[in-house]
Structures are given as C-alpha cells and as structure tokens.
Design a protein around this ligand. Sequence first.
Ligand code: TYD
Ligand code: MG
Length: 457
Amino acid sequence: MAKSKNKSIFFCRECGYESSKWQGQCPSCKEWDTFVEEPVIKASGGRTVVRGEAKEPSRLSEVRLEEETRIHTQIGELDRVLGGGIIVGSLVLVGGDPGIGKSTLLLQMCRNLVAKNCKVLYVSGEESVRQIKMRADRLGSFEQELLLLSETDLDIVADTIARLKPDVVIIDSIQTMYREEIGSAPGSVSQVRETTSTLLRLAKGMAISVFIVGHVTKEGVVAGPRVLEHMVDTVLYFEGDGGAAYRFLRSVKNRFGSTNEVGVFEMRGNGLAEVANPSEYMLQGKPENEPGSVVACSMEGTRPILVEVQALICQTNFNMPRRTAAGTDYNRVSLLMAVIEKRLGVRMCDMDAYINVAGGMRINEPALDLGIVTAILSCYRNQSLDSQTICFGEVGLVGEVRAVNMAEQRVLEAARLGFERCILPEVNRRQLELSQEQLNGLRLIGVNNVHELLEVM
Ligand code: TYD
Ligand code: MG
C-alpha cells in the first residue's frame, strides 16, 4: 500500500489489518466496529538499530538442538508455564489486568536471574527507578546488581540494550513505549506493533530474551493489538480475582512448550509465593455439606486441580431471569440449564441462576459440566451433596454424560486428597484400571446420563 505524508490509515484493533479507509467489518477477522484511525508511519520505518548481516542459510541436518539452552528462573511455577525455563533469544508477552502482579513477578524473576550472574536490564516506562527500588525492597535483598532504566523512548532503550548486551530484558510495559517517527500516541496499534518488532529484531539478532508486559483491556485482550500475540514466541496471561490472593499464570501460546499450563501463585506482603498444591489451596474454606456446593475436577495442562463449584438458584422477580457465571462460560451454563429443564423436567425458565467457580480461577473445560449440573440440582432441591464427593464429566444436549480425557489423573488427585466418592462418566469408569491401593478408599460411581446422576445424588 502506498503511504504518503500527513494521511491517516486505519487499523483493525483485533487483528492489526491495515486499510486506507474506515470499514465497518474487518475483511480479515470479520469483527465489527474494530477500525481505529492512526497517522501514517514514514514508509522507511526509520532507523534500524541492529542490522542483520547477510547470512548463509543453515542446513537442517547441521542445526544443533543443544544450542537452544534454557535459563531456569528458579520460580518453579513460572518455569512450568514457560515450558522449562527461558529460551535464549525468545520474546515473551506477559499480559494481565493492571495491578494483578506482572511487575512483581518479573522483578522476582530478575532477582533470581541476577543471583545466577545473568545480566538483566529492567526497563520501566511506568515507574521511576526509585519506585522500582521500593518494590524490590519489599521482595527482599538482591544479591547481585540489577540494571534499571526508566525510559519510554524505544530508540533510547534499543541503543542501551545494544550497548549493554544483557542476557534478559524486561519491558514494562509495551503500552508506554513509543518511537518518535511514528506519529501516533503510545499504546496505539502502530506504536505497539512497531516497538514490538524492534524488540523482536533485537531479541533474535542478539540472542537476548525479552519479556514484554502488556496491559489487558476490558474486553480481555492486550490493549489494542492482538497483533502482538502473533509476533511473540510465548504469550502468558496473569489472571486472578481482584479480591482473592490467588493468581494464575496461564500460557496461551508457546512455541517452546505446551500451552494451557497453569502456574499458581499467592500474593503476599513480600511478593508472590508459589502454590505447589493448588487443589488443597482452592478448596480451603469450602463449606461442609451445603446445598449448591460441589467439588469438581479440572485439568490445567497436565495437572488436575480440584475446585468448588457453587450454584444459587432462586425464583426470579424479573421478566427475564438473571443468570451469571463467574469463572466459567455463561453460554455453557445457559445450555446446561436448558438440558436440565428438558431432560429432567425441572422448571428452570423462571429461575435466577448464579454460578461461581470459587477461588477466582477460570475454567472452560467441558469436564466441569457435571459439577455445574450437580450444583444446580443440589441447590434447586435444597439437598446437599456430601462433602466427600467429587464429580467430573461432560454433559451433552440429550442429557448424556460423556467421557472426558485424563480421567485417571483426575481420579488419582481425588484419591490423593482423601475423597470418598467420585461421580464420573460410566465410559470412563469402565476403562479405568486402578488398584485398591491407588484408590485409597475412593468409590467410583459411573453415570450414563443426568437421570442416573439424580439417582446417585
Ligand atoms: P504490580 O506488580 O504492580 O501489578 P502490575 O504490574 O500487574 O500492574 O502489583 C501491584 C499489586 O500487588 C499492588 O496492589 C500491591 C500488591 N503487592 C503485594 O500485595 N505484595 C507485594 O509484595 C508487592 C510488591 C505488591
Ligand atoms: Mg506494573
């Protein structure tokens, strides 16, 4: 596309698609009303900081894999979501709501890295070096020097990086960084895209690992540009319930490891502490034998986590019943309520329903279905499920309870925590081959459909 001076250009906020005119619907990602206007960038793209020399292509057979070394952060939960440590020369985006603990986590990581004699540069566009020092003091003593830079001009940052050649760089946050050549405001699509691509060139060209902090907007995407997610190697989201102390670090994209791994942290007065045993943690404070409270099991990557599902069902006072779902998918809850109404003949259409996954964790796994249905029925019938029962399984539209993956891990986790009954899909139950010792007194109850679920409740 030809770019001329003093003109503006339109970007799709969702996918970064460029267009010379405003459009109602993005032709690329088909989202509506996502175009934003920004001034045109000079076509040259400005100053290039590191120039790649002309290179000989490598032969596949000669590429050595050992060269891909990982730096361990000494924070087990962070290493887990990164896929075993920081890959040299990788670009990692850490997204999350403001105040969730991104800066704290990264500063803690810096502390561990400098202790291992890594050269780390922490660039903050949001805080002064004094503020960073104050935060660092809360976290404890730093054994080795950490280099701090309070700067928002990315060209200066890039020059500093090129001069110092650190092993790891933290950019906190990408929305505060700007390049002068680009006319638009910091945080706009073109700024974020351009600054990230500069950092990408630096990371790959000089084998520096770069962590980029990105704030999340109300819609739940990194402000403005989804584009960012395509450019980086790894995308981590830091999330949690504002009120609760738990924080979950989730990997949603990882070129060097599995996605959907979750790291669990607790925010304390002296920084973030790792939670090695999330199930016990999530079930803390669970009420005993109360109607509407059910323990379910969700897989987070390779790790089973038990959570409490709560339901509150009551007669509505509105024309349209109110429904909310915290920590899980709203549409899924509506669908499950329709299944209960149609297949079990329980009148749900004039009931308000509030569903909550306690503890601030977000679960979108179908295996939670049986827990949600059980919690709804338990509250509706005012009949408590005994506290030593856990359930998991997917519920289909005809009320059938379908098999889920990794049933064995889920059952073992329930057994480990000393539960007595496990309600699970009958198909899964038949396939399990577990010894009495492994079951540790856990009784398996298979159900084929929601009718059988009612019977065993
Ligand atoms: P912060 O890392 O600044 O969040 P982000 O960078 O994602 O915006 O975290 C800020 C919050 O964490 C703030 O509300 C204070 C709290 N906090 C603690 O509770 N304990 C601590 O040791 C620190 C450093 C922060
Ligand atoms: Mg911060």
